[in-house]
Design a protein around this ligand. Structure first.
Ligand SMILES: [Zn+2]
Length: 260
């Protein structure tokens, strides 16, 4: 008897460019890692990667698969105008809000190669605080002064939302969607994941500290500025590149199959 719980996806490694395949493998790994580190929201939210040799297209999850099920061959290939150039043989199509958010980021910023959106409890909670993300911990100072805020107007399904998102992001790589969740973007999937991992932990640490009903020890403005500068692109290495091969080894050992 065929199990109804198993989704069979035809492998497409031989029918896409080497560059697209590499982007697919990295993006599928990112979905698995997002889930493994507790940042998924069932089938909701989305992570994308621009197709390196077709920059007018990006890869996106099929709307209906858990992040733990995503494979390189299962990812949709979507144009900036919403045309689905590749879709595996599954009942699952494109998430309208996913298309709006990710195409909005890529259209506005040619330097962005990957983008990640989450609805974690900590991300939603900080997105609902008037004070936003505070530079309370060393990790949070990586994002201080480098994060935009986007006001909530309901699910981002209207293509006109793209211009408003681009305006909220400006030249930043990180966004707090107020009353909604988090977005990180970057020059690679590895960098984008590293940023979301750090942003998520910054939110968790802030909430736990604020919940302790005792006075917070906020670093001085000088210390925050110095720490923030240490995380700047002129001083720091590219984030995520050092740990990415180690994260792939972890996946190979614990969740093989994402690269199929
Ligand atoms: Zn969302």
């Amino acid at each position: 008897m065929t199990s109804m719980t198993h989704i069979k996806i035809e492998p497409i490694k031989g029918s896409v460019s080497a560059a697209e395949w590499q982007a697919r493998v990295d993006l599928a790994a990112c979905y698995r890692l997002c889930d493994g580190y507790g940042m998924s929201d069932m089938i909701y939210t989305h992570i994308s990667a621009r197709v390196p040799d077709s920059p007018n297209y990006f890869l996106l999850n099929p709307n209906g698969m858990l992040f733990s099920e995503i494979t390189a061959s299962s990812l949709l290939k979507v144009s900036m105008d919403g045309e689905i150039a590749y879709k595996p043989d599954t009942p699952y199509g494109m998430h309208p809000a996913g298309f709006t958010i990710h195409s909005g980021l890529y259209r506005a910023r040619p330097d962005i190669q990957a983008a990640m959106h989450t609805h974690t409890v900590a991300g939603m909670a900080v997105s609902s605080l008037k004070c936003g993300l505070l530079p309370l911990t060393q990790t949070a100072t990586r994002f201080y002064g480098r994060i935009g805020y986007h006001d909530f107007r309901g699910p981002e399904r209207d293509p006109s939302e793209r211009a408003r998102l681009a305006q909220s992001l400006g030249s930043f790589n990180y966004l707090i969607l107020r009353n909604h969740g988090l977005i990180t973007a970057g020059a690679s999937v590895a960098e984008t994941f590293s940023a979301m991992y750090g942003l998520e932990r910054s939110c968790q640490a802030q909430l736990q500290a604020m919940a302790c009903n005792t006075e917070l020890n906020m670093p001085s403005d000088e210390v925050v500025a110095a720490s923030c500068a240490m995380y700047g692109p002129e001083i720091s290495r590219s984030y995520g590149l050092l740990e990415w091969p180690a994260l792939l080894r972890k996946l190979d050992a614990t969740q093989p199959g994402y690269d199929a």
